[in-house]
Design a protein. Structure first.
Length: 195
C-alpha cells in the first residue's frame, strides 16, 4: 500500500508526520494511522454519538460525557508532545475506526492511556499496535510509564497494556481496575519495527 489517505488541510505545528503509517492487521486488512487533527472533531462527535453501549461503557467507564464544542476541541487539539492521540482509518471509506491517546498524569513521566476500537475491527491486533505506537512516542517524549483505568472484566486491555511494558500493578475497586506499566524501550522498539 503506497498511497496515503488525505488529511483535511495542512497539519498544525508540531504534527509528527513520523507517526503516519500503514498497519497490517492479523486478518490481512490494512488501516491508515495518523495523529489526530482538530478537523477530526465532527467525526469524533459522530463516532461517540453512534457508538454501541458496550463500547461507550468500556471507554468511559459508564456513560459518555456530554459532547460540547469545548470537549471536542480538547479531544482533537493536542500538542503532540505532552498530549498525543492517534486515529486509525478504514482505507476503503476514510472513516475513523479506532483512537488511542495518552495524557500526562500528575506524576512526572507517567501518562494515562485510553483506547477505543470499532467492534468490527476488534480482535485483529489493532488496539495493541496503537498502544505500541503510543509507547514509542511516549518514550521519545520522556514518559516512562502508562496508567489506565478500565472495567475489571475488560481483560483484553489488561493483556494489551502488559504487552507494552513490564512491571504491571493492578488494583481493582468497585468493578474498576487500574493498571500501571513501565514502558519497555527494547520491547517497544522491536514491536514498532514489525509494522
Amino acid at each position: 500500500m503506497t498511497t496515503r489517505p488525505l488529511r483535511n488541510g495542512e497539519p498544525p505545528e508540531g504534527y509528527p508526520v513520523a507517526f503516519e503509517r500503514w498497519l497490517r492487521l492479523r486478518d490481512g486488512r490494512y488501516v491508515w494511522v495518523r495523529p489526530i487533527l482538530p478537523s477530526d472533531a465532527p467525526e469524533l462527535a459522530e463516532a461517540i454519538r453512534t457508538a454501541d453501549p458496550d463500547t461507550l461503557r468500556r471507554r468511559f467507564l459508564g456513560s459518555p460525557p456530554r459532547l460540547t464544542p469545548k470537549l471536542l476541541r480538547w479531544l482533537t487539539t493536542v500538542d503532540y508532545e505532552r498530549r498525543l492521540a492517534l486515529v486509525a482509518l478504514d482505507p476503503a471509506t476514510g472513516r475513523g475506526i479506532a483512537i488511542a491517546r495518552f495524557e500526562p498524569l500528575q506524576e512526572e513521566g507517567v501518562a494515562e492511556i485510553a483506547v477505543a476500537v470499532d467492534p468490527a475491527w476488534r480482535r485483529v491486533g489493532l488496539a495493541t499496535m496503537l498502544v505500541e505506537l503510543l509507547a514509542e512516542a511516549a518514550l521519545e517524549r520522556g514518559f516512562h510509564s502508562f496508567g489506565a483505568s478500565y472495567l475489571a472484566q475488560n481483560r483484553p486491555i489488561e493483556a494489551m497494556l502488559t504487552h507494552a511494558g513490564g512491571g504491571a500493578k493492578l488494583l481493582i475497586s468497585h468493578g474498576v481496575a487500574e493498571l500501571a506499566v513501565d514502558l519497555d524501550h527494547e520491547r517497544t522498539i522491536r514491536a514498532g519495527g514489525h509494522h
